[in-house]
Write a protein that binds this ligand. Structure first.
Ligand SMILES: NC(=O)c1ccc[n+]([C@@H]2O[C@H](COP(=O)([O-])OP(=O)(O)OC[C@H]3O[C@@H](n4cnc5c(N)ncnc54)[C@H](O)[C@@H]3O)[C@@H](O)[C@H]2O)c1
Length: 341
């Protein structure tokens, strides 16, 4: 049976979630981990008993089948482009790039080289998301009318000072919208369907020490007449569980963290639940493992569902255009057109 050769680029916070899930897949060989700060790669190599490499070129020379890109946002484009040009499959952490035009370029490049480009928007793999998709698609509760997402998290100044790239336009590419709320906005666009138009605004109210926004709002008009709303901040005093309210013609549902409820007039009835991730980073959710293993299943055996970067471009286009429009109150539209094979 073939073994998948895997490489990891960037051995910071999120690698602590990726590496164990790489190692607990059956037919895998982690050929090398690379970090621009070599001491981080050495430390992870010692704790996980895995090989590290001292340069990017060395990692490429080991001929990995797939690489996980777990580096700061502004580095994604160049690294992913180079991997695709070497015909290596890529699992990139979100956001795929800090500009949706660059993201489109990467998606086209992956198609050209006939490799998979997947993006780590792991909440797409949640059981609750799948349940919601089937509720909306099977129309038992009628047409979708609205989706309203709330992301109220806490990222204090210590978080932004931890690494130089955080809180900067140049390296992070934005604040709460492109980093934290991207997951919920992605679910809203996944569940809502094709976008007719959208509005958005972003401000920095409580964190003057950083350049980027700590608050954002998005309003979407979908082509099916439904509306989507997102309100997000990183200036809450706690990490509240993400909430999404879903209104259909004949029923209401509410997602609170890892639980999905049917919302009747006076009751919340639990209808689906994901496993809970415990500890400080509970809000990452549990689906990194499923997303990684589904990708590996697909690469090895051609079965299973892959989160294809191509299907996540709408969310990134909305975010990029909101930043570019700089709070001018005018509707915006989606206009990405991919070159097809
Ligand atoms: N999906 C999620 O739930 C989730 C959660 C947290 C972070 N993330 C994403 O993961 C990515 C990394 O975030 P993090 O919190 O781990 O950041 P981090 O700063 O802790 O780690 C990034 C690592 O990349 C290394 N690095 C920087 N430039 C590099 C380069 N050119 N080549 C190789 N290594 C390089 C740094 O030295 C650092 O060790 C970001 O895109 C972030 O948005 C996703």
């Amino acid at each position: 049976m073939k073994t998948l050769r895997v490489g990891v680029i960037g051995v910071g916070e999120i690698s602590k979630i990726h590496i164990p899930h790489i190692l607990n897949y059956m037919n895998v060989e982690l050929v090398g981990i690379y970090d621009i700060q070599i001491e981080k790669a050495i430390k992870a190599s010692q704790s996980f008993h895995i090989p590290y490499v001292s340069s990017y070129e060395e990692l490429i020379s080991l001929r990995p089948d797939v690489c996980h890109v777990l580096t700061p946002h502004d580095t994604h484009y160049e690294i992913i482009k180079d991997l695709l040009e070497h015909n290596i499959h890529v699992l990139a952490e979100k956001p795929l790039a800090i500009d949706y035009l660059k993201a489109i370029e990467l998606v086209s490049l992956a198609e050209e080289h006939d490799v998979i480009l997947s993006v780590c928007l792991q909440n797409r793999s949640n059981k609750t998301t799948r349940k919601l998709m089937s509720i909306i698609d099977n129309k038992t509760f009628g047409k979708l009318l609205s989706l309203r997402g709330l992301v109220y998290w806490k990222r204090d100044i210590a978080y932004y000072q931890k690494d130089e790239w955080r809180g900067t336009w140049r390296h992070e590419g934005g604040g709460v919208l492109i980093n934290q709320a991207i997951h919920t906005l992605d679910l809203i666009t996944l569940l809502g369907g094709e976008v007719e138009s959208f509005y958005g605004s972003y401000f920095n109210y409580f964190l003057p020490e950083i350049e980027v926004e700590d608050q954002a709002n998005v309003s979407i008009q979908f082509k099916n007449q439904a509306r989507g709303f997102l309100s997000a901040t990183t200036s809450n005093v706690i990490d509240s569980p993400v909430e999404i309210d879903i209104v259909l013609e004949k029923g209401r549902f509410k997602l609170i963290g890892d639980r999905l409820y049917q919302n009747t007039e006076d009751n919340l009835i639990l209808i689906e639940k994901d496993a809970s991730l415990h500890g400080e980073k509970f809000y990452f959710g549990v689906s990194h493992e499923k997303l990684i293993h589904d990708l590996y299943d697909f690469l090895l055996y051609r079965y299973g569902e892959v989160i294809n970067a191509k299907d996540t471009l709408t969310c990134l286009e909305i975010i990029t255009k909101i930043y570019q429009q700089k709070n001018v109150n005018k509707p915006m539209v989606i206009d990405h057109h991919l070159k097809r094979k």
